[in-house]
Design a protein around this ligand. Structure first.
Ligand SMILES: [Zn+2]
Length: 134
């Protein structure tokens, strides 16, 4: 997914989303192209969306979901696309207090404990009680 472009920047992008075509009774991928549109201050706070001035008097502001953006150019440069990390690859940390009052950090990957900073982790070759119990 692309990051939210800065307010005031000029962007070009294409969006792709599923739309229901009533007369055909079918869902189809709808593509829209926006060329050199200005990013507006957000009308409301929401993750992964941004607003642009369309230049269309009937519909001057468009709310864009980053999930639909397929290509994006910001200020003439190709924007960087950040691959979404699947849940199984997501790394999180948990701080725990050991029995002697020291605090240790457990590293979890996809919710599964893979590393611990306690002395037992080294001593038991990566099989301390914090790893076993997480
Ligand atoms: Zn441990």
């Amino acid at each position: 997914m692309y990051a939210v472009p800065k307010v005031g920047s000029v962007v070009s992008f294409t969006t792709e989303h599923l739309a229901w075509y009533y007369y055909e009774q079918a869902k189809k991928t709808k593509q829209l192209e926006y060329k050199n549109v200005k990013v507006l201050p957000p009308l409301w706070e929401e993750r992964n969306i941004f607003f642009v001035a369309t230049g269309d008097a009937k519909n001057p502001i468009a709310c864009i979901s980053l999930r639909c953006v397929k290509q994006m150019i910001i200020g003439g440069k190709q924007a960087t696309f950040n691959k979404e990390i699947p849940e199984s690859e997501r790394v999180t940390y948990r701080i725990i207090t050991g029995s002697k009052g020291d605090s240790y950090t457990i590293t979890l990957k996809g919710g599964k404990a893979i590393h611990c900073t306690c002395p037992g982790f080294v001593f038991h070759h990566g099989n301390c009680k914090h790893i076993r119990n997480n």
